[in-house]
Design a protein around this ligand. Structure first.
Ligand code: NAD
Length: 425
């Protein structure tokens, strides 16, 4: 099938190369010219394992190209995915401005029947109240000029392509059977259970999933904080808890809090939508509050050991997760901010996320390697569990002035590094 993907970021690009692996042809449309040029020359504008190789394969088979020209891209496409950002506004509600603009642009150029699919994470009601409304306001008739679906994406950054190609489930919410059938056909060959729903249910499945996962992490963090005070290893505890098949072992790793481009904003958006609808979501509110506190724990913990003023502190890991260059809402942001506020001299290192972090904190020291960041440091904080850090040995920390090592993610190997402390274990 011929597909148009509006928004060539983590989700849009993974969708395009993923469908290309199944032989479908995509045109990625973006408003960022540099991104378009990079994609067309086979350079992946984001770091995501396997995506650049898949991108080059797709281009060489003429299954993928990128353009600024939405009108041209729509002419040749049967299905149009919307994969633009849905950040929160200052009040914590989902901001519809990107979805609004993208759907108005699509509405302007549709000249024959298209299946419009919202893949961005949108709060229940948005697909109909923004996308359907914009298409109809431009004179397009639902069922005649367009069909409408909501198809949430569940991929994890760092595993985006793998997750896109092997999803746990495919959810297709549709406003009409015809559009849902077209989308179901596009996913033919994906070995995953298919769930057909109405549009609002599909929208809500995504928010409920992310809110549950954020809650699960927060629960592990809460237990970790108690365990630390009681001298119990929370990782052993959660190992035992996760063996219960009603619970499962995933998302029970206690640490310095969740971050990233999805969980914080999605929990916040659902919390606000719940309030707007007349329900006070106390659990979601608490999850966000506990998490905000957890992200400050590393600096608080370090301050209980030393006065940070004038101290050199190394922070290893800036991305919100390993295997990504994404620093949106990363725990390192709160950590570095806290260190600066308390007068520390901060030196940081990350294998892939330095350029993105530099845009937020241009004034700190960016080291060439983990060892380089550790030189002369009074303390070290590990905020992302990159494989590279798992290989560190005691001797790699010898150049520190004081060997105070605080772990936020259970990264270091106890058999290789003798003395370090976990933030909640
Ligand atoms: P992103 O910021 O990486 O990419 C979005 C892209 O859209 C950018 O390249 C931007 O230039 C482009 N864009 C913005 N407005 C546009 C317009 N009018 N026309 C064309 N392009 C436009 O975002 P992302 O991380 O891929 O997230 C996209 C959506 O997918 C969000 O709703 C997000 O919540 C959801 N989602 C993200 C993930 C994830 O792990 N990143 C996972 C599942 C769902």
């Amino acid at each position: 099938m011929d597909i148009c993907i509006v928004g060539a970021g983590y989700v849009g690009l993974s969708t395009a190369v993923g469908f290309a692996e199944h032989g479908h042809r995509s045109v990625c449309v973006d408003i960022n010219q540099k991104r378009i040029e990079d994609i067309n020359s086979g350079v992946c504008p984001i770091f995501e394992p396997g995506v650049e190789e898949a991108l080059r394969r797709s281009i060489s088979k003429e299954l993928l190209k990128a353009t600024l020209d939405l009108k041209g891209a729509l002419e040749t496409s049967e299905v149009v995915f919307i994969t633009v950002p849905t950040p929160c506004d200052d009040s914590g509600k989902m901001d519809t401005k990107f979805i609004d603009k993208a759907s108005k642009d699509i509405a302007k150029y549709i000249s024959s029947y298209k299946v419009v699919v919202v893949k961005s994470t949108v709060i229940p009601g948005t697909t109909e109240s923004v996308v359907m409304k914009n298409l109809e306001a431009a004179g397009k008739k639902h069922g005649v000029d367009f069909g409408l679906c909501m198809n949430p994406e569940f991929l994890r950054e760092g595993h985006a392509l793998e997750d896109f190609l092997k999803p746990d489930r495919i959810v297709i919410g549709s406003a009409d059977i015809r559009a849902g059938d077209v989308l179901e056909k596009l996913y033919e060959g994906f070995n995953a259970p298919m769930l057909r729903t109405d549009i609002k249910t599909a929208e809500m499945i995504k928010y409920a999933s992310n809110s549950f996962l954020a809650t699960k992490i927060t629960f592990a963090n809460e237990i970790g904080n108690i365990c630390k005070l009681l001298g119990i290893d929370v990782y052993k505890v959660m190992g035992g808890v996760g063996m219960d098949k009603r619970i499962n072992p995933h998302f029970l790793r206690a640490g310095c809090g969740f971050g990233g481009s999805c969980f914080p904003k999605d929990v916040s958006a659902l919390l606000n939508k719940g309030r707007e609808a007349g329900h006070e979501p106390r659990l979601l509110d608490t999850v966000l509050k506990v998490n905000a506190d957890q992200r400050k724990l590393m600096v608080r913990h370090l301050r209980s050991k030393m006065d940070l003023k004038g101290k050199r502190i190394a922070v290893l890991g800036l991305a919100f997760n390993p295997d990504t260059d994404d620093v949106r809402e990363s725990a390192a942001i709160d950590t570095v901010q806290g260190l600066i506020e308390h007068g520390a001299d901060v030196s940081v290192y990350d294998p892939k996320a330095m350029d993105n972090f530099r845009k937020l904190f241009p004034g700190i020291t960016y080291a060439k390697s983990a060892k380089d960041a550790l030189k002369g440091a009074d303390a070290c904080i590990i905020a992302t569990d990159w494989d590279e850090f798992k290989k560190l040995e005691s001797k790699d920390f010898d150049s520190m002035k004081n060997k105070v090592i605080l772990e936020g993610r259970k990264t270091l190997d106890k058999s290789k590094v003798k003395s370090f402390e976990g933030v909640c274990w």
